[in-house]
Design a protein around this ligand. Structure first.
Ligand code: 5GP
Ligand code: ZN
Length: 115
């Protein structure tokens, strides 16, 4: 799936060594500017605009990595009590990287978001 790359897209160009885990259609990396410690992004390998443009197999692949990522975070950090799963779709919704990605954000005591 890595053949569907865009030259100027930072998520198409992510270095292999940054990839924490992957399956056939998606991969997981740590967010470069985490909103909480261990904030992860689950990214389909194929370049598409946002969550509404991915296929059912890609949705399944993303979901499997969300589950794996959650397990990994809970093993690594016993202070994690909950998660925010986030999808910003479109500039108007705050999407800044125009390659589909899902935020997996661990939350700890005192860390509960207000929105
Ligand atoms: P968005 O605002 O589009 O939903 O989220 C984009 C996310 O990508 C932000 O949380 C930002 O910190 C993260 N990000 C931007 N550039 C990079 C990068 O080069 N590598 C990684 N791992 N994350 C990035
Ligand atoms: Zn891309």
């Amino acid at each position: 799936q890595y053949e569907h790359r865009e030259k100027d897209c930072i998520f198409c160009l992510i270095e292999k060594k940054r990839i924490v885990s992957e399956n056939n259609l998606a991969f997981l990396v740590y967010d470069q500017y985490p909103v909480s410690d261990l904030h992860c992004l689950v990214i389909p390998k194929r370049h598409t605009a946002d969550y509404f443009s991915i296929s059912q197999p890609e949705i399944n692949a993303v979901n499997r990595l969300v589950q794996d990522g959650r397990e990994m975070i809970l093993k690594r950090d016993k202070t994690v009590l909950g998660f925010n799963l986030g999808l910003n779709c479109g500039e108007a919704a705050g999407q800044t990287v125009m390659h589909t990605h899902l935020h997996l954000i661990p939350r700890r005591e005192g860390d509960t978001p207000t929105v």
